[in-house]
Design a binder for this molecule. Sequence first.
Ligand SMILES: NC(=O)c1ccc[n+]([C@@H]2O[C@H](COP(=O)([O-])OP(=O)(O)OC[C@H]3O[C@@H](n4cnc5c(N)ncnc54)[C@H](O)[C@@H]3O)[C@@H](O)[C@H]2O)c1
Ligand SMILES: O=P(O)(O)OC[C@H](O)CO
Length: 334
Amino acid sequence: MNIAVLGAGAWGTGMALHLSRLGHRVTLCPRRMEHALELASARENRDYLPGFTWGPDMQIGCEFKPAVMEAEMIVLACPIRGLREFCQELAAARESAWQAKMVVTLCKGVEMRSLHAPSEIVSELVPGIAVGALSGPSNAAEVAAGSPTAVVLASEAGEELTARMQEALNGGSLRVYRSADLRGVELGGALKNIYAIGAGLCDGLRLGDNAKAALLTRSLHEMARLGIALGGQAETFYGLSGVGDLMATSFGAWSRNRGFGEAVGKGQRVADLLDHRKTVVEGYDATDGYFRIVKKCGARTPILDQIHAILYQGVEPRQALGVLLSRSLKPEHS
Ligand SMILES: NC(=O)c1ccc[n+]([C@@H]2O[C@H](COP(=O)([O-])OP(=O)(O)OC[C@H]3O[C@@H](n4cnc5c(N)ncnc54)[C@H](O)[C@@H]3O)[C@@H](O)[C@H]2O)c1
Ligand SMILES: O=P(O)(O)OC[C@H](O)CO
């Protein structure tokens, strides 16, 4: 299959490497020309995914238009902050002749200005195209290294097309499941980053294994309750894009969200940690985005509320912990 991967951060590069190894005709397109030139000459993404090289089979594109014209699948691999701009460029590149059957988003988050999920932004700006979301526990470096990984492709485009795209993405050490619960899969991918920041806070505060297990158990409960209230299916939150990704992100030493939480727990200032970052901490924006969504829908999210208090309201992590521990007593499952 001819596949265009737009965005050459860690995950776009890891996915392009995987797809190219499966024998697909892959074009990886960074958003900046100078990055494209660098990738084309080094045949390695030294900025975002160092240590993995590729051969001449994988093309590097300098512009989106030629890359997407012949692609059957277009993979959008930017952070959520860049998705609107990517979709605008994609819409401008679209011509009646294009072959695209599905746009698959890799990003996990919520757009701050609209509070929309990635697929909603694609549908708004590239109307009529089938949209899928690929999510689950998938550290880019592990996928690039060929370590066994399982993810889920969610789409409302119908069983036949989703299964075709699933088959194209699946192979080697990457096993791909499919789901029709696009809403739930996208919610899981965005929410788990918030709770992984919480796991990192536990690490930074050296609260111990009991505390981290308790926080993550209650986080899963909260994530599922909120996710269901927002339209996801319960079982999705107990699948790869829910608890699966929550575990990987909360325990992975590599996780940017967990690591950010850990640094805050150790006393570093949020603003200092965010300044000059080259890579994304999607859970930071998602914490405020879902805090706003929760205020509108009235869901009960005590953990999210305290993570928001720490990151956005200057509350000390230990004070927020005290608030959680002193909540009124209740049955475990309610
Ligand atoms: N890295 C992973 O292991 C991994 C795995 C699964 C999902 N994801 C998700 O994939 C998305 C991309 O993550 P990544 O790790 O590839 O990111 P990254 O931080 O490695 O790279 C970000 C890329 O996007 C570009 N970018 C940065 N800010 C941008 C903006 N405002 N607008 C447009 N482009 C911008 C950068 O130039 C770079 O090419 C995120 O939503 C992330 O949650 C990442
Ligand atoms: O490094 P993180 O925390 O952005 O997590 C990356 C992926 O979402 C893990 O599945």
